[in-house]
Design a protein around this ligand. Structure first.
Ligand code: FES
Ligand code: FES
Length: 162
């Protein structure tokens, strides 16, 4: 029998006796009960399943357990520290940037990775960073406002072009 696959998620290491090809999102949701990442298209196209892998926004529906082995995986549940929301989460709440909320995991995780590499983006850069995250409810203006609010230090609402 092969050795278990070790997966580091939100700072904790877990061992799985599962096929290496198992989609990461199945392991996160079904085995670890982490329901932040959402199953949308299952094809790597919508972004709902996004997690951070070594700090990079990664689509967990098309990432295998074997690929994630040895990498630091962070889910939405891992963003808050000691009960305090991550500034990006707080900005999304402040802007009420949601309708059904299904896309929000991906929007937030992608924004966290984006602002880590570009803390002071222009609105155009923020739009470009989120262009492959789909929102079927059309909440894009509020989402963009939340991204810019988080980027400006979470002080006040930022007007963006519709
Ligand atoms: S569910 Fe993974 S990109 Fe759509
Ligand atoms: S808020 Fe419903 S998909 Fe974005």
């Amino acid at each position: 029998m092969s050795a278990p696959i070790l997966l580091q998620v939100n700072g904790e290491t877990h061992a799985f006796a599962l096929p290496r090809e198992t989609p990461l999102i199945y392991v996160l949701r079904n085995d670890l009960g982490l329901n932040g990442p959402k199953f949308g298209c299952g094809l790597g196209e919508c972004g709902a399943c996004t997690v951070l892998m070594d700090g990079r926004a990664t689509r967990s529906c098309v990432t295998t357990l074997g690929t994630a082995e040895g990498r630091a995986v962070t889910t939405l549940e891992g963003l808050a520290t000691q009960g305090t929301l991550h500034p990006v989460q707080a900005a999304f709440i402040a802007e009420q940037a949601a309708q059904c909320g299904y896309c929000l995991n991906g929007m937030i995780m992608t924004t966290v990775a984006f602002l880590a590499r570009n803390p002071s983006p222009t609105e155009a850069e923020a739009r470009a960073a989120l262009r492959y995250n789909l929102c079927r409810c059309g909440t894009h203006v509020e989402i963009l406002r939340a991204v810019m609010r988080a980027a400006t230090g979470f002080t006040e609402s930022v007007e963006v072009q519709p």
